[in-house]
Design a protein around this ligand. Structure first.
Ligand SMILES: [Zn+2]
Length: 122
């Protein structure tokens, strides 16, 4: 088997194993974006061509097909947008702040997100 076929087979195995771990959801575990959502967020159509290419004269720019927008190698699928956001937090050495934010989101939801005012009775 060629290296390309081997790596494609490994990629498929990683993909299907990750989907199995995530209950067959091909979405980022953190932000719930699908791969198509991630491409759209980055400014590309699902086929890798830029959105509004004509307006900006970007006909020749295409997202490389090899560019991964989702990682399926870990415990759950994670998108490149979340990875970059976390990279920024880690570069700032704010892992402890992140843990406190997660703890607040878990245990102090009502404090963070006050209840909306009750709807008026009809
Ligand atoms: Zn994400």
């Amino acid at each position: 088997m060629t290296d390309l076929v081997m790596s494609m087979e490994e990629s498929f195995q990683e993909y299907f194993a990750a989907l199995e771990r995530s209950g067959n959801k091909d979405r980022c575990y953190i932000c719930c974006r699908t791969p198509a959502d991630v491409k759209r967020f980055l400014g590309f159509n699902e086929d890798g061509t830029p959105i509004e290419a004509r307006e900006y004269g970007l006909e020749d720019v295409v997202l490389p097909p090899k560019l991964d927008v989702m990682s399926y190698r870990g415990e759950r699928p994670v998108c490149v947008v979340c990875q970059l956001n976390f990279d920024g937090i880690f570069m700032l050495d704010e892992q402890d702040v992140l843990r406190r934010v997660i703890a607040e989101m878990e245990r102090r939801r009502e404090h963070l997100w006050p209840e909306p005012p009750p709807a008026e009775a009809p």
